[in-house]
Write a new protein. Sequence first.
Length: 348
Amino acid sequence: MNIRRKTVVTVISKIGDRKPKADACLVVIYGQSIGHKHLLKPGEILIGRSSQAQIQIDHESVSRRHARIVLSDNGVVLSDLGSTNGTYVNDEAITERALGNGDLLKVGRTILKYLSTDNIEAAYYEEIYRLTTIDGLTRCFNGRYAREALVREVSRASRYKRPLSLLMFDVDDFARINEEFGHLAGDAVLAQLGKRLARRIRREDIFARTGGGEFAILVPEVDKAGAVHLGQRLLRIIGETAFGFDEVQIPVTLSLGAASLDEVIEAEGDPTTAPGVRAVGAGTSPGGDAFASQTSTHGATESGADPGSRTGSGEIHDRFHALCESLMSLTRQRLAKAKTQGKGRLQS
């Protein structure tokens, strides 16, 4: 399918006598070689697939001579070199643009962050730390952070008998979107989805991309009825306006599963097991993804004991991780059931 791209020309404003920092850099925050730092030196720097490119990105979505960065006394300027898929700064297609600290550059499927500060090393390591918790494409939390937050919130909620719910959802037919519109369009859909939902949930809710087109929202202090209400609202938000890439509208629907902690809390007299844990198995899940599978492993490492041990504080610690496994398993089962019922469905 041929996608026609409309290029937006950004007028470069006068920067004045301020010179770019000699130790400015680009950090890969999404794509191949994530976390890699490209130092920028005065002069012209070519970005592309060519072996002559100073910043080489070997991917089919990148042109041989894709873009150029020029560092001069007047500032840092990024120019597109007539690339097939375009060059973007902060999700805006450009032909030429002056860069400012923190700008996000998208070249093909790779996203780089421009850093120019007095202490580039501090800024770089701060960005690397962010990469351990933030998904570079959607700018929401990643699966690793979601796992840690789930253990923390399950522990708090079960100790103090507070409500806690989990929603998991998939973009319906996400593989088809990638095949029909291209992977760049698929990335754009995920980025738009992340931005759209992040603005419409509470600050205390934990919104994470857990893999591919799958997301999770952990909602503290919300019971099952509240989780169902949130899921219905998410479906309405997704349907409010169309998703698109380069003037092509892409239909998007979600399938959701919702569950609450009180559905899996063990019986009062049994502090060591939770319903569903034995059926799922420690460290596994029906989906087999990292978000679900590493929770119990992570807990065993932290406690310094075998996951099966039930002595002292380790017993309580393992109990919390067992509850996490049960909650994720139940939510994922309901997500799978929602997907069998058709597109845009919620199962609770």
